[in-house]
Design a protein around this ligand. Structure first.
Ligand code: HEC
Length: 84
């Protein structure tokens, strides 16, 4: 198995990643809970993917870094953006 990351892939869709790893803090419908809203009108919607990748993989403020593969990070960003 070709694996460029030391983290094992655990999810096969962006929706799975979101529900397992983001929705508890950002809300099932991206409306925000402990973390800010991630929906169409939110500040994050206008931010570039590089900002999202950085926030997800390194954490930000009280958001802990999420251990996900590059592919999982890409999938979850696409999932959130495509649901705006
Ligand atoms: C333990 C709760 C928690 C989890 C889990 C979590 N977040 Fe967050 N997230 C936060 C908090 C709190 C902030 C605000 C951090 C700050 O600005 O200080 C945040 C900020 C963000 C931001 C930046 C928002 C902005 O307006 O700048 C993005 C994007 C984001 N999270 C995406 C995600 C994604 C995608 C996942 C799942 C892979 C995730 N988060 C998982 C709590 C969480």
């Amino acid at each position: 198995m070709a694996c460029s990351s030391s983290v094992a892939e655990s999810y096969s869709t962006g929706e799975e990643v979101y529900e397992a790893r983001c929705s508890a803090c950002h809300g099932k419908d991206f409306e925000g809970r402990v973390g800010p809203a991630l929906d169409a009108g939110s500040q994050s919607a206008s931010m570039p993917d590089s900002y999202w990748v950085q926030t997800i993989t390194k954490g930000k403020g009280s958001m802990p870094a999420q251990r996900l593969t590059d592919n999982e990070v890409t999938m979850v960003i696409e999932y959130i953006r495509s649901n705006h």
